[in-house]
Design a protein around this ligand. Structure first.
Ligand code: GLV
Length: 321
């Protein structure tokens, strides 16, 4: 008899078919987010679960589902999982690093450029029939991306991938990271190490790319936003909660910063609706990794991690070794 696994979301058919050769697969075809109680009920008797960041996998889950031995997150971030509680119980946790770096860096740049050149705002104005003056010289002016100063807070794989894109725009890139990069990596990327405060004070664009944890909770709050230039643009494609959304909304409303590009929010998908009243922010619904190729690769990698760990092998991306 095949062991039972649960895929908490609507995963690609080819990945489900592949896993079905080895496992008895329960698959959430409706794709609705499962409330914690529903998730615990549905995972009964499963040896593994493939999850996304909407699934809260905590002590209560592990207590209620002692048969679960592997949790394979289809995401690079895994702040939805209490890894310490998993480790205590010998449960393997895996993530999907690497395969989404380029795609997420692409979206970061799309938001940065869109906010700089007011693309979504002016498109909305055009659609509403507000384009009356033709090529008005002083209307809808944005700021240049090329030759501007980009500050990246969080210089892991994705931060570095963003820096590589910036070099194509002749941007001057500075970065802050808990651990400074090796000199040869810095010079290859053409980036300068700086304090978080210097980056906030001097950059034209500030991008955060750190994982969410209690240490990075509200890393960008009122005090940090107050350091930024009134012409600067803030971009968050990392995780909701890294920025304090209430403080960010206030800074945008009062034009203490010029704009923002935001893909991730506190309390997704029920984000703070005050964002919708602002025209100096470009908003996307957590689509950083959302291309067909990348979401497919993430799903395949998570499936591979799940199947390896359940076969007693070391999963390639085990986070609690
Ligand atoms: C998505 O946000 C991820 O962590 O992969």
């Amino acid at each position: 008899m095949k062991q039972k696994i649960l895929l908490t979301r609507n995963v690609f058919p080819e990945v489900v078919a592949d896993l079905s050769q080895q496992f008895d697969v329960d698959h959430n075809i409706s794709d609705d987010i499962m409330a914690p109680e529903a998730l615990r009920a549905r995972a009964q008797g499963c040896v593994g679960v493939m999850t996304t960041i909407a699934d809260k996998i905590d002590a209560a889950f592990f207590d209620a589902c002692p048969s679960v031995k592997v949790v394979a997150n289809i995401a690079v971030g895994y702040n939805n999982i209490d890894v310490a509680e998993a480790s205590k119980r010998g449960v393997v946790v895996t993530n999907t690093p690497g395969v989404l770096d380029d795609t997420t860096a692409d979206l970061t740049f799309a938001l940065l450029m869109s906010a700089a050149r007011r693309i979504t705002e002016t498109e909305a104005r055009l659609r509403r029939g507000e384009w009356k003056k033709g090529f008005a010289l002083q209307q809808w002016l944005g700021v240049d991306v090329h030759h501007a100063k980009l500050g990246i807070i969080g210089m892991g794989r994705i931060g570095q991938t963003i820096a590589r894109r910036a070099s194509g725009f002749d941007m001057a890139v500075s970065y802050f990271n808990r651990n400074r990069l090796a000199p040869d990596v810095e010079s290859k990327l053409n980036v300068t190490y700086a304090s978080k405060e210097t980056i906030l004070r001097e950059s034209d664009f500030v991008v955060v790319m750190v994982p969410y944890s209690k240490d990075t909770h509200h890393l960008i709050g009122a005090a940090e936003l107050a350091l930024m230039k009134p012409t600067a643009i803030f971009v968050n494609t990392a995780r909701g909660g890294v920025a304090d959304d209430v403080a960010l909304i206030a800074a945008l409303k009062e034009k203490r910063i010029a704009g923002a590009g935001i893909d991730v929010f506190e309390n997704e998908p029920a984000f703070n609706k005050e964002f919708l009243e602002l025209d100096n922010v470009v908003l996307t619904p957590h689509i950083g990794s959302a291309t067909l190729a990348t979401r497919m690769n993430m799903s395949k990698l998570a499936a591979h991690n799940l199947s390896a760990a359940l076969s007693g092998k070391l999963a390639p991306n085990q986070v609690n070794k």
